[in-house]
Design a protein around this ligand. Structure first.
Ligand code: ADP
Length: 318
């Protein structure tokens, strides 16, 4: 392996930059040239590619987003377009590819590997929705951002004696809601993996109010539904003023926390080792604090591993 390409694709996540830095510096330390492919698969098919040196990745470890930019590229779902991508990789002399992204980006990486490209995927998404790995790069930073917002909303919720519903990202995965809810002491955590009963939530709000509890924080994962609608329903049933806050894209930004920087570093370095050792169509992940790589098809089929114990613990502690 003489030259490796790296791209970031799909939704951005804090920690992508430390991962890119690790890919570049590990490869260079082993005598491998690195090409940065800008704007995900879109940049790949357009030949938007340039060499990355040690200094190209200086001063990026603390930055959110991705210096390589990211994009969504619908055309990549067409085989003809992917064949064009294979040719571009040949033209640039790239014989291995590291794809940093989520589930969709991995689908693209898998199909590229079917066309003979040596590919390795790194899990870069705040959603933590890739079941094969305990954590994805960006998840902990997003949880911290939600926690910071929750602490502030708690102040105003308490002053006004309101119910506050905070809608968080995660697509069909409730992990951001669960972790931020536990860390922030939310009274209710509503996630797509678990049914919830509106009447029970309202009953506990009324009972709490009757026993002197002045406010309630409810964390709602976006995969369940809208916070505004839920706030209205709760207010109508309980008579307690209820306000929704939809945190939105703030959750995708910010300086990566320590955990995401170290995760990006470890997984990025492992991606290079995987390619050097000749393993392809792989993804890199972490389980029980051990970094590993596995077949991309198996990883994409892994079933959701929602943490039931943590969810039950949240119910006890609230
Ligand atoms: P994420 O990687 O964060 O899940 P997306 O689902 O938007 O984000 O996927 C990112 C990109 O990956 C898409 O814009 C497209 O270029 C590529 N991609 C997604 N799904 C497929 C697929 N089934 N076949 C080929 N490429 C895909």
């Amino acid at each position: 392996m003489k030259c490796i390409g790296v791209l970031t694709s799909g939704g951005d996540a804090p920690g992508m930059n430390p991962a890119v830095r690790a890919v570049v510096r590990t490869a260079l330390s082993k005598g491998i040239k690195v090409m940065g492919i800008n704007r995900g698969y879109s940049g790949l098919i357009n030949g938007d590619i340039e060499e990355l040196t040690r200094t190209s990745v200086s001063d990026i470890i603390h930055k959110g987003g991705t210096i390589l930019k990211t994009a969504r590229c619908q055309e990549f779902k067409q085989e003809e377009v992917r064949k064009k991508a294979v040719n571009i990789l040949k033209v640039f002399g790239i014989d291995g590819l590291v794809v940093i992204g989520g589930d969709g980006s991995f689908q693209g990486a898998k199909l590229l590997s079917d066309l003979g490209v040596a590919t390795v995927g790194l899990p870069g998404t705040i959603d933590n929705d890739l079941a094969y790995t305990d954590y994805t790069i960006g998840f902990y930073t997003a949880v911290n951002t939600v926690l910071d917002a929750l602490n502030k909303i708690r102040d105003t919720s308490s002053s006004h004696e309101r119910v506050s519903i905070i809608e968080v990202m995660g697509r069909h995965c409730g992990d951001i809601a669960l972790y931020a809810g536990i860390a922030g002491g939310a009274e209710q955590i509503i996630v797509p993996e678990k049914d919830y009963k509106l009447d029970e939530i309202c009953k506990s709000i009324i009972e709490g109010k009757n026993s002197g509890k002045t406010h309630n924080i409810i964390i709602l994962a976006e995969g369940v539904g809208g916070a505004n609608e839920l706030a209205k329903e709760i207010e109508d049933i309980t008579g307690v003023v209820s306000r929704a806050t939809i945190l939105g894209h703030i959750q995708r930004g910010g300086s990566p926390v320590t955990f995401d920087r170290i995760l990006g570093a470890r997984l990025g370095a492992h991606a290079i080792d995987t390619l050097i050792e000749g393993r392809t169509a792989r993804v890199v992940g972490i389980k029980n604090n051990k970094v590993f790589d596995m077949d991309i098809n198996e990883a994409l089929q892994a079933k959701s591993d929602f943490d039931e114990d943590l969810y039950e613990l949240a119910k006890i502690l609230r």
